[in-house]
Design a protein around this ligand. Sequence first.
Ligand SMILES: *Cc1c(COP(=O)(O)O)cnc(C)c1O
Length: 495
Amino acid sequence: MTDPIGIGTTGLVMNEPLIFERSSEEKRGLIIPKSDVGDARPEDVIPADLLRTDIEGFPEVSEVDVVRHFTRLSQWNYGVDTGFYPLGSCTMKYNPKVNEDIARLPGFARTHPYQPESLSQGALQLMYDLERYLAEISGMDAVTLQPAAGAQGELCGMLMIASYFAHTGKPRKKVIIPDTAHGTNPASVTLAGLTAVPVKTGNEGILTPDAVRAVMDEDTAGIMITNPNTLGLFERSIKEIAGIVHEKGGFVYCDGANMNALLGIARLGEMGVDVVHMNLHKTFSTPHGGGGPGAGPVGVKKELEPFLPVPRVIKKEAGHFLEYNRQDSIGRLRAFYGNFGVLVRAYAYIRAMGPEGLKKAGEMAVLNANYVKEGLRSHYHLPYDQPCLHEAVFTDKIQAEKEVHTIDIAKRLMDYGFHPPTVYFPLVVHDAIMIEPTESEDKAGLDSFIDAMKRIAEEEPELVKGAPHKTRVGRLDEAKAARKPVLRWGSSAKG
Ligand SMILES: *Cc1c(COP(=O)(O)O)cnc(C)c1O
């Protein structure tokens, strides 16, 4: 067997104390020459309220100390730039670095939100065009770029739907949500003042029209569905389900957080979806999981367009403008116009990929997920054994006979240099292992991962249950770690 791509798991792993512990008296990062215009002390020139006096034992360190400290800490991290990151329902893919450069062009990065429209024409045009591209990709009529994340997009959608019914004079309260849904779905419904009505997924891992028919009524504002769903399966009955919901006057909301599999291949608008959010930080080139901002634009069909948040970007002969005066709008969702830097990346990505490139990304995402699924089927149990879309869900059923569980497999993967997949989600699958390779992994990377997973399946149970063995910190007692966190590196950290 070839050696798996083990990065940072063997060899030189640096220890690093807290920066306070690196301190020694009189060490300096930078020594400024003595001033030849008098001996001003900081307190003479800096206003008292800007001077910090409250850090006891402020570390005294050299520049070398500082650079090594933070560089080492950064190396303890794991990201898409380090290696394979197969978190399911998360789309942790590698994104072209050129889009980072484009977002940093001074004309974009230094645009001020209070700049007059006449001086923001480029930015407004970019937003206008991006709205059109996303509408085209999802099959919707209009898009808002304002929501700062997927969950805020969901809230936006729910507020618009609630507003629609409030305008008809017959408010509706209930929203149907399948049991495979991402946790943000019921949370957003509740935040919008609506009530989630759960519906069970059918035996094949998808919703059945009958299950929806049984709960859909004229007090129900609509359904919130994820397609492909969190089992990585295409909701094949979506059109029929949409028909059932529409017949009773409801709306179909689609959680399009992970859109990879549909890009350029299928359009939600043509499946009966009325509202959808798309996560630019998953599908459209903003790095995901780095703690930075994201964006969850929302697309709607004509009927809901009047309810979109303000301001809207509109195009007239004289240029692009922001429109605030829209009577039925749900109002502002956040300050200004959305996370503009994220929008620039998405725009650049879509323009660079073009329709063919996006389609290829979608096809590769699906191919990669199915490749992993087929590669592992001999060793891991597949609860829904059918072709998948962007992700594949396994369980620990075979390993559990030897008392090896999902958590152990996930931890052991770290010894092989891989970030673990999503585990124990979706909740409908007992002890789920959910793998989303994304389109950005090549065959060699996928083969190494499959190889590692198979080796783990063949290893001694004791070895797997004690994992990880090669990481800086061993298996934590998670309950104890939450109650009594040890934040200091030291003797107690290993094991
Ligand atoms: C990530 C995700 C969300 C939430 O998106 P955020 O940007 O994290 O708020 C919602 N639904 C699904 C299916 C997701 O994968």
